[in-house]
Design a protein around this ligand. Sequence first.
Ligand SMILES: Nc1ncnc2c1ncn2[C@@H]1O[C@H](COP(=O)(O)OP(=O)(O)O)[C@@H](O)[C@H]1O
Ligand SMILES: O=P(O)(O)OC[C@H](O)CO
Length: 721
Amino acid sequence: MVVLNMNNEADMPVRDGLKKPLVGVIDDGTKTVRFVIYEAERSEELAAYQLDKTEVQPQEGWYEQDPMEILNHIRTCSEKAIEQLTELGYSKEDIVTLGITNQRETTIAWDKFTGEPLHPAIAWNDIRTDSTVDAILAKVPDRNKNYLKSISGLPISPYFSALKMRWLKDNIKAVRRASRDKRLLFGTSDSWIVWNLTGGPQGGLHITDVTNASRTLLMDLDTLNWDPMLCRLFGIHRDSLPQIRSSSELYGVVQDGSILEGIRLSGILGNQQAALVGQNCLQAGQAKNTYRSGCFLLYNTGPRRVQSTHGLVTTVAYKLGPNAPAIYALEGSVAVAGGAMKFLRDNLKLVKDVVKETEHIAGQVFSTGDVYFVPAFSGLYAPYWRKDARGIICGLTAFTTKNHIIRAALEAVCFQTRDILEAMNKDCGMPLSKLHVDGKMSSNDLLMQLQADLTGIPVLRAHSWDMGALGAAVVAGHCAGVWGIERWRHHATLADTFLPTTTDDDRNVRYTKWKMAVQRSLGWATTKKSIAMTGQTKRKSSMVTLPSQSLDVSLSPPRSRKGSLVDGPSIDYTNKFGSPVTDDGVNDYVEELIKYSARKFSIFVPMKTGIDEATILDDADYFMSKKECDYGMCQCCPTKKRLQTDWETIEEIIENDPEIIFDSDDNPIVIEPRSDLLENDLLVSPTILGKGISLRKRMQLDSVPEIFKHICSKLSRTPLN
Ligand SMILES: Nc1ncnc2c1ncn2[C@@H]1O[C@H](COP(=O)(O)OP(=O)(O)O)[C@@H](O)[C@H]1O
Ligand SMILES: O=P(O)(O)OC[C@H](O)CO
């Protein structure tokens, strides 16, 4: 008899006879949804079912998924896998607990009350947020993409969830509205799944685990909580974010009326962290590389957070219980690995069947014939973090055949892995002596041999390609008491070994050439081009050039926006505009100022009797009163972490993001009625370089932004309409 105990929570079911406790895993990948059932004691996969997801690519560089399809697939896959169980003499009741592993960073916004997704999921590899990245970079000193790394471990890149959340708030009305009405919930796909499994609008749990949270760019790696400054910077309100939990604890019970009804949920891990656990890389110094659409190398650094100075990210590897310490990892993420094979199949039609043909075709030549393929389709991730890189195939000659190109695409995966290893060795100071690998693409023997040859270390391929689901089963089973982590630590993972067959000189010469190819791929996509590509015209801040002024002054943007806004001439308006300026000639300039460079504003409107003062939005008071403890850490908002906010366009902020309408002293921007204003006058008072300057602007009615009309209607003598 096995008695299962969930961390002192209510006891798990009691099983009799020979049947062993089973653990189910929901695996939400980029391309597929799977449901896998393991027999805990023998770590054996008993049943699995998988469905492909519909690929949605509405524009170049945009990758979306249907959140409802994810849920429907989970239902179907779990039903089918459980059907298989019955043939083995088991039943659904033998599944004692569930784990979830998921594609990370993919972001979903939904309505807390209706449960409806407010937009398709934006997948991790989507680059629509290119210009959002620019807007955020414009707010940080020196536009330094690593500025937030000391807190979050991550560079500012389209890859991470905060950028996707910001984009959704900026561009999707339904998301904005839900935010204003406090109905908005954000989450990575694990949160979406758990919320729905545990009741959805009827009390569903809005949670995520530390590993997923560590991929958002909003979590502080030390406190393992949402960081107030990061939330403020990205304009994401704490109430819309899930609660961060450990990777292995009893979260709740499935209550969605599906076949999984009543089963407990006790493990959540991002899929790359899950593969690290599945590969049994539980000691500091062990690493694994998973080859799928992308390729992700994680190096366990134990409880020590290693801050990379060579382009890697610091991430949480796992936290096996609410009171267990967090274990960290250094990660090298490669955006395109197996994805390059798909490109050769679907776009260039060089192969029909990736699995059956690539190895054979590439194996017919002994080298790439000096051809190099950099598959930077959506920029390069680690260690370069260049969103302006684009794919190139170089070194083509009249003798180049498709065999060379396919082989070069395989080698690209190996070279990108070497890039990561080089960075990792520098960061850790101790070269990795072997590499554990998994992922579907690792079934390619030629790829594995090339990997050993191009890195010079043995490559150990796991017996099963899907170590992610196994890892999630381990952490869920650990909490349920059916899969001891200590036992797992000593579990011998079977592997095929590929040994290097080249000399150091050979591989270094080839690697130098690869670096040359990478250099040629950089800077290909300009910001301008990427905006045109994605059809995004709204956020223009990074490419704005102020028009030449009729004013006899030199133009200068507010100091903190200098780097991003202006390539053109500059005005020193502090010297010129000490007092209100009503000259019509200043209109264009005020317009520009309002549009692009406002930093701290007061807006005055003609007075309406009886109203003394009001904030721009009713929300502002609410946020002001809540803002400190909102993040659960009012004493923990250390001054050093506060960022001097430099606002985007005022209309954008007002329209898009009520939460962040605060000036640099953390006061809400105030609309003040003033009796000395003419009807339809708005007096905009930006504070620049510490001085208040009043620019009176007579607004053209047809050009008055809706929000100003609203303000005037609310406060002034004469509504604008
Ligand atoms: N034998 C193989 N040789 C080369 N590439 C492969 C092979 N098997 C799979 N791949 C590639 O690896 C990727 C497998 O991805 P998959 O595991 O389905 O993960 P994901 O969920 O990341 O899409 C696909 O892009 C496929 O083209
Ligand atoms: O689903 P995969 O295997 O492509 O994994 C995606 C990663 O989690 C993205 O960070």
